[in-house]
Each structure stands twice: as structure tokens, then as C-alpha cells.
Design a protein around this ligand. Structure first.
Ligand code: SF4
Length: 225
């Protein structure tokens, strides 16, 4: 295993290979004879592996793994993500659900809230513009000082849900990066229902399926430009 700084600082010339370069996916069945030379399973630090295994015995972690794997075994490819999220919340024993939503997906959050309430959950949601804080207030640049936009406020979203005492938080369409802060400051576990992608109708994988045509410019060798 390479350490973190090696991984991050490797020069562009020859990237350090990892699972994202794997063609065999042999760890799925534990086929040790097929592991590539750079395989992370093959070269794993046993102590690191053991520390992860032990962490699953912590009560909350164990419950998450039990809930997720039971749902996967029973409903794999049979449920939409909306249904899976409800199932997960039930299995986790959550009573009060927090929703951190983008303002742009508030309508979708409302529909989801109705469904959750039908299933007996208490729901408390907060949209990203809550607090109505100007960009200037947190030192962000603005194009026009006469029209100062409001920030998305993921830290406030998390803090409000913390005060509300939610058992499980669900992120709906938070911006890339804002979602990171929401996860960071949330006391309750967070699961994501919607990964926002305004271009693809919130389907971030769509352009990855059409890699050659969609990203042809991005994939060009920079050296040749
Ligand atoms: S752990 Fe090894 S076999 Fe599994 S995806 Fe990574 S490189 Fe491939």
C-alpha cells in the first residue's frame, strides 16, 4: 500500500495504479490467483484491514451494515432509490428524518416528505438558502455589489437538523462541496437521495456512459495541445 501523501503527490507521468485501473475485479469473489500486481487486496496492510473489520463491531456501524446488506439481499434491483432510502431508514429504526435540500429541488423534497410521512416518519427539512446570508458576509467574491447573492448554507442546514435531533439525515441535491460540509457537520448519519446534476436531470453517470463523445475534449492529451 502507498501512503496517502505518495498517492496524492505522485507526478503526472506515471500514475500509481489502484482499483480505478483494475480490469479483473477479482476481490469480488476472493480470486487471489487473479489479483493484478498493484491490487489493493493483495498488497493490503493486515493491520489496516483488521482495524476496518473491528470498526464494524461498533453498534451504529454494525446496524448500518446490517440494514444495508439485508435490504440489498432482499430488494437488489427491485427498488428505486426512494424506496431503498425508506427501507434503510426503517431498518435503522429512525423516527425523525432530517432533509437537507437544495432550494432548486424543494418541490422534489416536498413530494419525498409526503411519502416519508405516509410511512410514519416525522420529517424536518431545511433548504440551502435558509438564514438568507449574503455572499459578502462570509468573504466570497460577488460580480455585482448591488446584487449580492445569498449563499448555500450547508453548515447551518446541518446545525439546524442537529438541534432538531434528527435520527437520520437525507441530502437532496446539495451542490458539490456544499454536500461535503453538510456531511461534515451533521451529527446524524447522512445518506444521499439525489446527487444534483442540472445538465443530466440529476444522473451524474449519464456522461460517463458516453465518455468518448461527451468528454472528447477533456480526454485529449494535454502535452499535445
Ligand atoms: S482490490 Fe484488487 S481485484 Fe479488487 S478492484 Fe482493486 S485491484 Fe481489482
Amino acid at each position: 500500500m502507498t501512503n496517502e501523501s505518495q498517492t496524492v503527490c505522485t507526478a503526472a507521468a506515471e500514475p500509481v495504479k489502484s482499483c480505478v485501473d483494475c480490469a479483473v475485479k477479482a476481490c469480488r469473489k476472493g480470486e487471489a490467483d487473479k489479483y493484478p500486481a498493484f491490487c489493493l487486496t493483495k498488497n493490503m496492510d493486515p493491520a489496516l484491514l483488521q482495524s476496518a473489520i473491528e470498526a464494524y463491531s461498533e453498534e451504529e456501524n454494525h446496524k448500518v451494515m446490517e440494514s444495508a446488506s439485508a435490504a440489498e439481499a432482499k430488494f437488489r434491483s427491485k427498488m428505486t432509490r426512494v424506496e431503498e432510502t425508506i427501507e434503510f431508514a426503517k431498518r435503522m429504526g429512525a423516527k425523525k428524518i432530517g432533509i437537507g435540500t437544495c432550494m432548486g429541488l424543494l418541490d422534489e423534497a416536498k413530494i419525498f416528505t409526503k411519502i416519508l410521512r405516509k410511512h410514519g416518519f416525522e420529517v424536518y427539512g431545511i433548504c440551502c438558502k435558509t438564514g438568507s446570508v449574503d455572499k459578502l458576509q462570509i468573504g466570497l467574491e460577488v460580480k455585482d455589489p448591488k446584487k449580492v447573492p445569498k449563499i448555500c448554507n450547508p453548515i447551518l442546514q446541518a446545525k439546524v437538523l442537529n438541534e432538531a435531533g434528527t435520527d437520520l439525515n437525507i441530502a437532496i441535491g446539495l451542490c458539490v462541496g456544499h454536500d461535503s460540509l453538510f456531511y461534515k457537520y451533521s451529527d446524524a448519519l447522512v445518506t444521499t437521495l439525489v446527487a444534483k446534476d442540472r445538465v443530466t436531470g440529476h444522473n451524474p453517470c449519464a456522461p460517463l456512459y458516453t465518455l468518448n463523445s461527451f468528454y472528447s475534449g477533456l480526454m485529449e492529451d494535454k502535452e499535445k495541445k
